[in-house]
Design a protein around this ligand. Structure first.
Ligand SMILES: NC(=O)c1ccc[n+]([C@@H]2O[C@H](COP(=O)([O-])OP(=O)(O)OC[C@H]3O[C@@H](n4cnc5c(N)ncnc54)[C@H](O)[C@@H]3O)[C@@H](O)[C@H]2O)c1
Length: 307
């Protein structure tokens, strides 16, 4: 008996990297999986049906159930078709693992409009389109069953990049911030059907992290020591959030790498002052001037430090 027996999942971008690991882990725990992938290069160019088919073969070779679904998550029609594929093939949809993503880094002064738009499109619209079609299905199902709470899990994929405001990733950091807050809003809405929505912030070695300035940090150790950035570590977190264990877990940002797990608290105000008079430039200066006097730019700002 698997903890996800009888459950149906969609994993987007599951042809390789983290999505592949997540699809395999959900299937190992008993879920039937729609393995979606557009088979694109890391920057979103190209396209191939092979990666999703290969992962379906891997799942089936382990005795699991899966179906390949080529399609672009940021295309409204494709996203709707993915939800229908789950329902028509496996009879239901319980778990949406939003993972598909691309990266097109660059400094703001060098970034093209297309570089910005494409990253926002795949991540933000891709997450939204999948959440929208999934929640439409859940709403109709819940109504048809007289408002009975259903088993629903939305898991979205954000990144350190938004928490840290990474240099050279303005499009990606913005997209990941949007994903986090889209998912928090979805969490409030899907609570009506008894479903949950949470965000993961993975850190792992994939082609995405092996091509940028952090490649050295993510590289596989050559001395036989623990491989903290193996993507395999991410699978169990996704399966746990997808499982009945996380029934009362919603609206959370959870980070995992290696043997490390972190749950983020809401932002805390470092100054919360109420003035006697309406604000003017001068009296704002009298409050904020001393407050910022000893603060360092950026280092003492909103973004998390690298850690
Ligand atoms: N690797 C990390 O450490 C890390 C850290 C934080 C967040 N993430 C996020 O994790 C997710 C997976 O990244 P990865 O590192 O495995 O990268 P990856 O490039 O190995 O995998 C991404 C997959 O998404 C697919 N894809 C891209 N655009 C698509 C679209 N429009 N429709 C369907 N599929 C599409 C690609 O074909 C690819 O298989 C991404 O959202 C990424 O931003 C990764």
């Amino acid at each position: 008996m698997g903890i996800l027996d009888g459950k149906v999942a969609i994993v987007t971008g599951a042809g390789q990297g983290l999505g592949r690991v997540e699809a395999l882990e959900l299937a190992r725990n008993g879920a039937s999986v729609v393995v979606n992938d557009l088979g694109v290069d890391a920057d979103g160019s190209g396209g191939s049906e092979e990666p999703s088919r290969e992962v379906v073969h891997e799942i089936e070779a382990e005795g699991g159930k899966a179906v390949a679904a080529f399609g672009d998550v940021s295309n409204w029609h494709d996203a709707g078709r993915l939800v229908r594929t789950a329902v028509e093939t496996f009879g239901d949809l319980n778990i949406l693992m939003n993972n598909a993503g691309i990266q097109r880094d660059g400094m703001i002064v060098k970034m093209t409009e297309d570089q910005f738009d494409s990253v926002i499109q795949v991540h933000v619209k891709g997450h939204f389109a999948m959440i929208k079609h999934t929640m439409d299905f859940w709403r109709n199902k819940s109504k048809a069953e007289g408002g009975k709470p259903l088993y629903g899990r939305i898991i979205s994929t954000a990144s350190d990049s938004f928490m840290m405001g990474n240099l050279g990733q303005p499009n990606y950091a913005a997209a990941k911030a949007a994903i986090a807050h889209l998912t928090l809003s979805a969490a409030r809405e899907c609570q009506r059907f008894g479903a949950t929505a949470n965000v993961i912030l993975p850190r792992a070695r994939t082609r995405m992290t092996m091509s940028g300035p952090w490649a050295g940090i993510f590289a596989e150790p050559t001395d036989g020591s623990f491989d903290a950035f193996s993507p395999d570590h991410i699978g169990p977190l996704v399966a746990w959030i997808a499982s009945p264990h996380s029934e009362n877990v919603s609206g959370q940002l959870i980070q995992l790498w290696g043997k490390h797990i972190r749950v983020y608290a809401p932002p805390v105000a470092s100054l919360d002052h109420e003035n006697d008079e309406p604000f003017t430039v001068d009296n704002i200066q009298s409050v904020l001037g001393p407050f910022f006097e000893d603060k360092k730019p950026i280092e003492d700002g909103f973004a998390l430090p690298m850690s």
